[in-house]
Design a protein around this ligand. Structure first.
Ligand SMILES: [Fe+2]
Length: 380
């Protein structure tokens, strides 16, 4: 068994103020705060900058990250680090800002360009000290040792993965999620929910990853509807952020599964947000996975509200659908712009995500994947 987690994890309301002390512990100087314009507009970057400067750090902000960052974002961020003489990086934002910052931090010390490091364990030396501060619950990027970066030509998602991508510290402050609009909160937390479910069912699951996946599922299922009902309910936000931290730790070590393989083509082809795309295919995928892990699937069905004996694949799928409906996620693929005649092509595309398909406890070929898309297609 192997478990890889950042050496320091900080969790709690108001922890944003502790970033400076963590940098001091690390001996990290002249931090560059890497973020996106949305986080700046929400005033969070300015707050962090205030804390850092008050503590005597010479800090600056770079807000050049966009959703689905590509090689150019990582390299422009690296340029900014080098030009400013920065000795450390604080990634502030969602998965995109964190992933771009991870790659920039290693480029700054290893040299070369982003594409030199596509793949696993290609980075040979530590990057600049990196502290992650997520502002969205659910991506899990704050605790993982990989980054997803878009290759520009031909345009496709690549991964840079290995020990040196692991942040030195992750600081999770639930108050930072307060300004995130409700739809993005739903999608991002649903991504976290699916990470926990897939890590729990994964072939690579171990007792160590289970210890995070198991509490994550009920925590997110309980807290997310409360957060959506009352955005000011800080107790619920705390539960949600903690559940998502657990799910990130589970996913970072056990990896995801077939739901992600089916979700990626929906995002690539139609621009459906990642967490929503996963949610739309989750129920029929789980129904098919049941025979590979019947006890665990039954446990999930119970965690999602079916206390009765004799729970089966249909009950698990029904419980997942009911959970999604309470969150306002409905309509099937047809309700989100997916054309029925595209389904075979989407299934073909889904077969290419080998690592997550191979991590799924049942073998799912092209016809199985197509059957899932067909089951997920009709509207309500
Ligand atoms: Fe995901």
């Amino acid at each position: 068994m192997k478990l890889r987690v950042p050496p320091t994890l900080l969790f709690g309301r108001g922890r944003l103020a502790d970033v400076a002390a963590i940098l001091d512990e690390l001996g990290a100087e002249r931090p560059l705060v890497v973020t996106d314009p949305g986080v700046v507009a929400a005033g969070i970057a300015e707050r962090l900058l205030g804390h850092l400067r008050e503590a005597g750090h010479h800090a600056e902000v770079w807000d050049g990250v966009a959703p689905d960052p590509d090689e150019g974002h990582a390299e422009r961020c690296r340029d900014r680090i080098l030009e400013g003489g920065h000795g450390s990086v604080v990634a502030l934002g969602g998965g995109s800002a964190i992933d771009a910052a991870k790659v920039a931090a290693v480029l700054a010390t290893s040299g070369g360009k982003t594409s030199d490091y596509f793949g696993f364990d290609t980075v040979r030396r530590p990057g600049l000290p990196l502290v992650t501060v997520p502002t969205t619950p659910g991506s899990g990027a704050e605790v993982s040792s990989h980054a997803v970066i878009v290759q520009l030509s031909p345009r496709k998602k690549e991964v840079v993965a290995g020990l040196h991508l692991l942040p030195r510290a992750a600081i999770v402050d639930p108050e930072l999620t307060l300004t995130l609009p409700a739809p993005q909160t739903t999608w991002s937390a649903l991504d976290g929910f699916v990470h926990a479910v897939e890590a729990f069912l994964a072939r690579r699951a171990t007792p160590l990853t289970d210890s995070f996946a198991r509490p994550a599922v009920p925590a997110i299922a309980r807290a997310l509807p409360r957060v959506l009902a009352d955005g000011a309910d800080m107790e619920a936000r705390e539960d949600l952020s903690l559940g998502c931290l657990y799910s990130g730790l589970a996913m970072a070590n056990a990896n995801a599964g077939a739901i992600h393989a089916l979700g990626y083509p929906l995002t690539g082809r139609y621009g459906i947000p990642h967490g929503l795309a996963n949610a739309l295919v989750a129920a029929p995928t789980l129904e098919r996975i049941w025979p590979g892990r019947p006890e665990r699937c039954a446990e999930l069905a119970r965690l999602l509200g079916n206390e009765g004996a004799g729970a089966g694949p249909e009950e698990l799928a029904a419980n997942v659908r009911r959970f999604l409906v309470t969150l306002g996620v409905r309509g099937g693929l047809s309700g989100h712009g997916v054309c029925e005649e595209d389904l075979p092509e989407l299934a073909e595309a889904a077969t290419r995500f080998r690592p997550v398909l191979d991590n799924t406890p049942v073998a799912l070929g092209r016809e199985d994947l197509l059957a899932v898309y067909r089951a997920a297609w009709p509207g309500d």
